[in-house]
Structures are given as C-alpha cells and as structure tokens.
Write a protein that binds this ligand. Sequence first.
Ligand SMILES: C[S@@+](CC[C@H](N)C(=O)[O-])C[C@H]1O[C@@H](n2cnc3c(N)ncnc32)[C@H](O)[C@@H]1O
Length: 232
Amino acid sequence: MGTPSNRKPVFRIVLFLVCAVLIFLGLNTLYSFTNTLRQLDVIELERDQWQRPSDVLRALDLREGNTVADLGSGSGYFTLKLAPAVGKQGQVLAVDLRKLSLFFLWTRALLRGQHGVHVILGDEDDPRLPAGSVDSVLICNTYHEFSRPEVILKRVNQSLHAGGRLVVVDRAPRPVADQRAAEHGHEVALSVVEGDLRQTGFEIVSHDDHFIDRHVDPQTDDSWWLVIARKP
Ligand SMILES: C[S@@+](CC[C@H](N)C(=O)[O-])C[C@H]1O[C@@H](n2cnc3c(N)ncnc32)[C@H](O)[C@@H]1O
C-alpha cells in the first residue's frame, strides 16, 4: 500500500487522463455538430433545385409581421426561409417531435440572427400552437407521418385566426409496381388530405396535383402535390 505522499502523483495522472478523455469527447462532439451543420447546408442547396421553396412561400401568402408555423419543421429547411418572409416583427413557430432536430434548427437560426424563430416541442397529436393567433401554417413532407391527422388538423384550425391559411405539401403515392415506395410509405394521396381538411372545417382554396414531377433515377418518378386551405 502506498503512503499518502506517493498516492498523490497517481491521483494526478488519473485526473489528467480523465480530463484528456473529456476534452477529446467534447471536441469530437463539437466537430460532428459543426460537420452536420455544414452537411445540412449542402443538402438544402441541392434541394432548392427541385423543391420550389419560393412557390411554397408564395402559397402561404405571408406579410411582414405575420406569425407562421412550420409543423414538422425537421432541422429547418423551410423555417429558415420563412423567417425573412415575416421580417423582424414576425414570428416563425417551428414544431417538431424530435429534440435533436429542434436543437439543430435553433442553432442555425441563432447563427443567422433570426431571433423571431421559436422552437416548440410538439406532441404526437398536438403541435402546441397558441390558439387563434397564427396567420399561416405549413406542413411539408410531414402529413404522411401523422398517425391521427384529423386530430392535428383540428388543433391547427384552432391555432389559426379566421381567414388564416394552411398549406400542405407532400409526396403522391407511386404506382404499386414501385415496391420501394410501397415499403416506405412516405407518401399520401391529395384526395385523402383534401377529405381530412374539409372534415375538420377548412375550405380548399386551390391545389396543384403535379406541383413537382421529377425523375430521381430511371426506376423512380417522384411526384408531389400542394394544397392551399383556409379557415373560413
Ligand atoms: C420528413 S421530415 C420533414 C421536415 C421538414 N418539413 C422538411 O420538409 O424538411 C418530417 C418531420 O416531421 C416530424 N413530425 C412527424 N410527426 C409529427 C407530429 N405529429 N408533430 C410534429 N412533428 C412531427 C418528424 O419528427 C420529422 O422531423
């Protein structure tokens, strides 16, 4: 057994090693985080080529000072484009179920100085939006993930003021022959969503059932629709 005096160097070495491991892990996490932020920018730049983001924003009919919600915001592809559209007096409420996506979004908004972006951790059936005060809501590439869409649409309806808009954009079902689409189910028919919208008190303003048509590869055609609805 060592005496108290020769135990001290051992303690220092252990402390040094623990600190070194913690610093290494911290730097590694920071590196992965900044790397993901860079990758998101690259992926979104490519997405700009086909997603028609400016037409989606036009469909939302936004004004300076508006409050707009991005329901199912992910890491912020649309949220970060909505912020300049509503200006410094406006607000963007970004709702998602995933804390990590919201953390990335929050960081990206902060780095861009977009102080009107607020993140909301939603619930499966409740986006937790403030009642009667939202001007427009966007649900892009997310509707197909809702397990009880009619419950969410009712909540969205409550959050909008009279005349407020809801824009839904999603991928159309591919032909049954395309097994990949059938397996993943990342798609929903426009007619189904329009039925849900009418049932939950929305009026359909217009729709584009071929909002995006693109050939991803020789086997896959990717078709998206867009619908504009309003709260009467
Ligand atoms: C495919 S991503 C699309 C993200 C973003 N709208 C975009 O177009 O880049 C779908 C997102 O919706 C979120 N989501 C799914 N169901 C949700 C719900 N009930 N409430 C809020 N967010 C939801 C998921 O966590 C995911 O981040």
